[in-house]
Design a protein around this ligand. Structure first.
Ligand SMILES: CC(C)(COP(=O)(O)OP(=O)(O)OC[C@H]1O[C@@H](n2cnc3c(N)ncnc32)[C@H](O)[C@@H]1OP(=O)(O)O)[C@@H](O)C(=O)NCCC(=O)NCCS
Length: 148
């Protein structure tokens, strides 16, 4: 498996992962317009020419916002999500990003465990942030100091 930057050619497979995982998935146009932003960093995990997971963030100055992480259901629990995020964190470090933020559904214990293991800590709660179903969002933050 290798981790590399997402290309336009990967959009179709990334969207199929989105649709498998999320109740309100991104559209192809939506993901395209995020991918081409100057401040975007999207990574994919590729295995035997197939995209098995991806993650993405926007980074401005010393702050980054992780906007998505997803791994194909049949490839979960094999360390793919962790490797994607470790690569994202490393690249953020290189760009001088010292605080990384993300939002996660309060019920998503799996993702919360993964983020905590990588040095993210709960920073706040956004009441009713998510739809379908309506649910609170937990804001988590990782600072370079916490993570090292
Ligand atoms: C969250 C997600 C990206 C994790 O990816 P993954 O490749 O399965 O995770 P990894 O195998 O790298 O696991 C890393 C750690 O996460 C935690 N974790 C992963 N799956 C877990 C599970 N089913 N139950 C509890 N903890 C889990 C563990 O701490 C694990 O470390 P360990 O295997 O050493 O115990 C994946 O489950 C996913 O795509 N879920 C659906 C989409 C989603 O919820 N995305 C996050 C939106 S904010």
């Amino acid at each position: 498996m290798k981790i590399r930057e997402m290309q336009i050619d990967d959009l179709e497979q990334a969207i199929s992962i989105e649709e498998e995982l999320f109740s309100v998935p991104w559209t192809m146009n939506g993901l395209f317009s995020m991918l081409v932003r100057e401040d975007a960093l999207f990574l994919v995990a590729e295995d035997k020419d197939k995209i098995i997971g991806f993650c993405g963030a926007f980074m401005v100055m010393d702050q980054g916002d992780i906007v998505n992480v997803g791994v194909r259901p049949e490839r979960q629990r094999q360390g793919v999500g962790r490797r994607l995020l470790q690569a994202l964190i490393r690249r953020a470090d290189e760009k001088g990003v010292t605080s990384l933020y993300l939002e996660v559904r309060a019920s998503n214990r799996t993702a919360i465990c993964l983020y905590e293991g990588l040095g993210f800590r709960q920073a706040g709660v956004r009441k009713g942030y998510y739809e379908e179903p309506r649910e609170d969002g937990i804001t988590m933050c990782r600072t370079a100091v916490d993570g090292h």
